[in-house]
Design a binder for this molecule. Structure first.
Ligand SMILES: Nc1ncnc2c1ncn2[C@@H]1O[C@H](COP(=O)(O)OP(=O)(O)OP(=O)(O)O)[C@@H](O)[C@H]1O
Ligand SMILES: O=C(O)c1ccc[n+]([C@@H]2O[C@H](COP(=O)([O-])O)[C@@H](O)[C@H]2O)c1
Length: 200
């Protein structure tokens, strides 16, 4: 099988994440997309995290429940322990042999990947599908992809998905101000945020 991995903090999950998963599924003929919430992201301080892992997972479950090809992986859902993506990809190859893995990410992650723990391990374990985001245009993306390909022999493809100026940060800020987050997240997630008074 060809499996797309959509890793994230998902605080909260939003339609930007879902669209990346859906367009990667279609464009690269993937069989499944696994949403991989990170329990304790290595690059974010625990104090920076607004929401408990339990809430973040619940919101991912609600967001992906309508899609037969979207699944949830709890492999990195460990509180207090840093999960590193290269290790997860090695684990997945051991646990699910014979599959091909595609790690989906946005421009900010692609431009920061050389700071990831043993990032070279990413280039030997999966194909990276990188989408544009914010101020990075097609030219910037192609340059960065070709730089990483040349330097590390990385397998990276440009993922063409709708450009959306949506981030979890904006959603958290809007919710804190009592502003609407409807249509930035699925209705079920907006209802969950309200019901549990998240980001207030
Ligand atoms: N609107 C978007 N367009 C393209 N990629 C995105 C978008 N939102 C998130 N991503 C990508 O999804 C992955 C997971 O993102 P994450 O869960 O950190 O969401 P975020 O919106 O970036 O959150 P925050 O604002 O808290 O940093 C990252 O690789 C990120 O680049
Ligand atoms: O392994 C690392 O060192 C590493 C460093 C930064 C980010 N990541 C992964 O990249 C994905 C996107 O990160 P984020 O912060 O945008 O949610 C998510 O799956 C993180 O676990 C991984």
């Amino acid at each position: 099988m060809k499996i797309g991995i959509m890793g994230g903090t998902f605080d909260p999950i939003h339609i930007g994440h879902l669209l990346l998963g859906e367009f990667a599924f279609e464009e690269f003929n993937l069989d499944e997309i696994w949403f991989l919430p990170n329990g304790n992201p290595p690059h974010k301080d625990a104090e920076e995290m607004d929401t408990s892992l339990k809430h973040r997972i619940e919101m991912v479950k609600l967001a992906i429940s309508g899609s037969p090809h979207f699944k949830l992986s709890l492999h990195e859902a460990k509180e207090g322990i840093h999960s590193y993506t290269y290790q997860t990809m090695l684990d997945f190859h051991k646990m699910y042999p014979g599959n091909q893995f595609y790690f989906i990410l946005g421009a900010d992650s692609l431009f920061a990947i050389e700071k990831w723990k043993y990032f070279k391990g990413m280039f030997t374990t999966c194909t990276i599908l990188a989408a544009m985001r914010d101020d990075k245009d097609v030219g910037d993306m192609k340059k960065q992809i070709s730089y990483l390909k040349k330097k590390y022999n990385a397998d990276i493809e440009l993922l063409r998905a709708p450009l959306l100026e949506i981030s979890s940060t904006t959603i958290r800020k809007r919710a804190a101000m009592g502003l609407t987050v409807h249509y930035m997240v699925p209705d079920t997630v907006a209802d969950y945020i309200k019901e549990h008074h998240l980001y207030m």
